[in-house]
Design a binder for this molecule. Structure first.
Ligand SMILES: [Zn+2]
Length: 75
């Protein structure tokens, strides 16, 4: 009887650890994805008036429409 109870407890702990690991994995993954999305830099082309964004990186990016290199937009 004791063997069965101990086995059930071990099984429950293993299942709980499995779901905890899954939760942590997906939480961290979604957080990283959200941070990447949030940290996009917005640029405004002073030549053709286009607005575009790019992930974090250099301070200047060429415009996708006309190719003019613009500095980041500051608010
Ligand atoms: Zn442009």
């Amino acid at each position: 009887m004791f063997e069965l109870t101990a086995g059930a407890v071990v099984f429950c702990v293993l299942v709980a650890a499995f779901f905890l690991a899954l939760w942590l994995f997906y939480d961290r993954r979604d957080h990283r994805r959200f941070e990447l999305e949030r940290r996009k830099i917005t640029f405004h082309c002073i030549r053709c008036d286009a607005l575009y964004s790019a992930p974090t990186g250099p301070e200047t990016r060429p415009c996708p429409k006309c190719g003019y290199s613009n500095g980041r937009l500051k608010f």
